[in-house]
Design a protein around this ligand. Structure first.
Ligand SMILES: Cc1cc2nc3c(=O)[nH]c(=O)nc-3n(C[C@H](O)[C@H](O)[C@H](O)COP(=O)(O)OP(=O)(O)OC[C@H]3O[C@@H](n4cnc5c(N)ncnc54)[C@H](O)[C@@H]3O)c2cc1C
Length: 354
């Protein structure tokens, strides 16, 4: 059960691919975890509210970033002699002195592939190697709406427990054969808050990818079958020698188990197959290290390729969770990395006396 919880925390579908030594550099953010009632969009809208109207352009997918890796310094006013050309999928082009790339590590991994051409010329080896070595897994959330009681009373929801599930991995045969394989590494199923009629479950790795391909009916059937196996068992069978055991509140388990739990609606994320994400968040994989997260944060062209001293042109900067050495995989890591790159540009222009 703990293994499966860690798989969702880290996004490493197989914990053997996770570098535990390097992971020790990860820092928890102090304070309680909170759910933002109106969603993350409200944070973005608040941050964006101080910017001039129309400055942020949405729905403009970038196809290619053309940059100058040779030794071109800034022109004395902080601006590059030869700007970066951003090619959009709709065929339009934008010129920019600086570009901050914040796409996910999954999009970067796809972007350095031989057929991608996301960067022209391609990124230098120190970048592509770091991108390849770092881990980027798939984690998905599944929400299920419990059907209300036939007599119209909603307080039935309060009986659904915080259900934690542990599955034995048998050498030969599963005991409950009807439980689908993609449910067997699910650590928990629980109401999103006390008495809520909406349940939440987390999936990681290949089980998370499978979830993206299933129909709503297949999901409801798989979850219901799993629940029936857990909740309908006589108490003596949930002892330590049973194949599957749960440690939810026993009283609640018993009462829910009297009838088959029914669901009316399904909502799940599909981060693995979404072309704008291609996964969920980063982890330090075996063979990688915190240095790779730092390498990812390095602006281009890198200073050691520049011919003369002076202010580097900072054509391409990198931000996003995968560029933060201690808070990678999180929203605050992504936020801090944005502040870091904004500060880098401010210092650049201060040095140029602008
Ligand atoms: C299931 C799940 C649960 C999570 N829970 C938490 C949590 O509890 N706490 C927490 O702190 N973090 C959590 N995270 C992680 C957090 O959501 C990410 O770390 C964070 O969103 C990363 O932000 P980012 O800006 O680096 O990248 P992203 O959010 O991936 O943003 C990248 C942006 O680039 C855009 N993009 C991609 N390609 C292109 C292109 N070609 N042209 C133009 N734009 C493009 C995308 O549309 C996207 O808007 C969770 C993530 C998942 C999937």
């Amino acid at each position: 059960m703990h293994e499966n919880i860690q798989r969702t925390y880290t996004s490493a579908g197989d914990l053997l691919t996770l570098d535990f030594a390097a992971e020790s550099e990860y820092r928890m953010f102090p304070g309680e975890e909170i759910t933002i009632a109106k969603g993350y969009l409200s944070v973005i809208e608040s941050l964006a509210s101080v910017l001039p109207h129309g400055l942020i352009q949405l729905d403009r997918k970038v196809a290619r970033i053309e940059w100058q890796p040779e030794a071109h310094q800034s022109n004395g006013h902080g601006c590059a002699d030869r700007p970066v050309r951003i090619h959009f999928c709709d065929g339009s082009i934008m010129l920019a002195d600086h570009v901050i790339v914040t796409v996910s590590l999954g999009v970067l991994k796809a972007g350095i592939g031989p057929d991608s051409g996301m960067f022209n010329p391609p990124l230098p080896a120190f970048k592509t190697e770091a991108i390849s070595r770092l881990g980027f897994g798939v984690v998905n959330k599944l929400f299920l709406q419990l059907s209300s009681r036939h007599d119209g009373r909603d307080d039935d929801y309060s009986r659904f427990p915080f259900l934690q599930m542990a599955f034995h991995r048998p050498d030969s045969e599963w005991r409950h054969k009807k439980i689908p394989w993609w449910m067997r590494r699910t650590a928990s199923l629980s109401p999103i808050y006390k008495n809520s009629g909406v349940l939440l479950s987390w999936f990681a790795g290949k089980e998370a990818l499978e979830l993206e391909t299933l129909s709503d009916e297949e999901i409801i059937d798989g979850v219901s079958t799993t629940l029936s196996s857990f909740l309908s068992q006589p108490r003596k069978q949930t002892s330590s020698n049973s194949h599957e055991a749960s440690n939810g509140k026993e009283k609640s388990l018993g009462s829910v188990g009297e009838s088959r739990v029914k669901f009316t609606k399904v909502l799940r994320s599909k981060w693995g197959n979404d072309p704008l994400f291609l996964g969920s968040y980063s982890y330090v994989a075996v063979g990688s290290s915190g240095d790779d997260l730092d390498a990812l944060a390095e602006p281009l062209p890198s200073t050691d390729t520049l011919e003369s001293a002076g202010s580097p042109p900072l054509q391409i900067l990198f931000a996003g969770e995968a560029t933060h050495r201690t808070h990678y995989s999180t929203t605050h890591g992504a936020y801090f990395s944005g502040l870091r790159e904004a500060s880098r540009l401010l210092q650049h222009y201060r040095r140029a006396g602008v």
